[in-house]
Design a binder for this molecule. Structure first.
Ligand SMILES: Nc1ncnc2c1ncn2[C@@H]1O[C@H](COP(=O)(O)OP(=O)(O)O)[C@@H](O)[C@H]1O
Ligand SMILES: O=c1ccn([C@@H]2O[C@H](COP(=O)(O)OP(=O)(O)O)[C@@H](O)[C@H]2O)c(=O)[nH]1
Length: 246
């Protein structure tokens, strides 16, 4: 079989969701530059074969509004802190991409003049078309949402072929595989299966959004080297959530 790069990619434009916790690596908190460098390398492989890459980064490695609220803080203030955390992660991701000579832009749903560009859909699509990686930060810009919802929203807006959720587990299971070692993995599921069974890998608002816009979602394990390229080349990786075979 010829090497991957000689075959064409299955997806031309992707929206990659990176969870904040994935950036922590082996550490307890914060950002591990080694993890960022590895991710940059894997994203660079996609750019190298002409795939347009939009990224939504989470902020859970730094702050989550719900957790701050449980500790006594006002929920909306906590969510604002969570969204600002995603901007910090986005800056760190851009730094790693630029060090790997991959052109990239950070856009924020919350205006932050002098630090990052304000999100504008048409400009984002122009950047993607010209081969720049675009990192969408600050989630949706609104409290009470998650970066999974932001990923689905941006994926639909930029007309991506797929939303790819990079996480610590290698797909969607019938129950949380971290808590239940006997959990069984699904290769493919419909949006309604995820909603009906309340499968916790992505929040239900995000799933409703992709269902209504028929946007396929792939869930895979980003800690496995080469998995992202394999998935984008059409390999069987993780779980597919879509409307099912027609
Ligand atoms: N049915 C399920 N299938 C797969 N993962 C699940 C499921 N239910 C809960 N999870 C959890 O969802 C996590 C992935 O979501 P992610 O957004 O990356 O993490 P977090 O919610 O901690 O930010 C996994 O680490 C896993 O523990
Ligand atoms: O549209 C959004 C996206 C995120 N957040 C806040 O930002 C935090 C970090 O995002 P998330 O928990 O989705 O990050 P991840 O789990 O992907 O690391 C969330 O907990 C929310 O407090 C928000 O208020 N609105």
């Amino acid at each position: 079989m010829p090497p991957n790069t000689e075959r064409s990619a299955k997806y031309k434009r992707i929206l990659l969701k990176l969870s904040g916790e994935a950036l922590t690596g082996e550490q307890d908190f914060g950002i591990d530059p080694k993890v960022l460098d590895r991710m940059a390398l894997e994203i660079g492989q996609l750019v190298g074969i002409g795939v347009q890459v939009g990224i939504v980064v989470g902020g859970g490695n730094l702050f989550r509004g719900a957790a701050l609220h449980e500790a006594g803080m006002d929920r909306v203030t906590g969510d604002h802190m969570g969204m600002l955390a995603t901007v910090m992660n986005a800056l760190a991701m851009r730094d790693a991409l630029e060090r790997a000579n991959i052109r990239s832009r950070v856009m924020s749903a919350i205006p932050m003049s002098g630090v990052v560009e304000h999100y504008d859909r048409r400009t984002a699509i122009r950047y993607l078309t010209s081969g720049d990686v675009v990192i969408f930060s600050a989630g949706t810009g609104n409290p009470f949402f998650t970066t999974d919802s932001a990923a689905c929203l941006r994926g639909i807006e930029i007309d991506a072929n797929v939303v790819i959720k990079a996480t610590k587990v290698d797909g969607v299971y019938d129950k949380d595989p971290v808590k239940h070692p006997d959990a069984a993995k699904y290769e493919r599921l419909s949006y309604d299966d995820v909603l009906d069974q309340k499968l916790g890998v992505m929040d239900l608002t995000a799933i409703c959004l992709v269902r209504d816009h028929d946007m396929p979602v792939r869930v895979f394990d980003m800690t496995r080297h080469g998995a992202l390229l394999n998935l984008v080349m059409g390999g069987r990786e993780g779980t597919i959530v879509d409307n099912g075979p027609v």
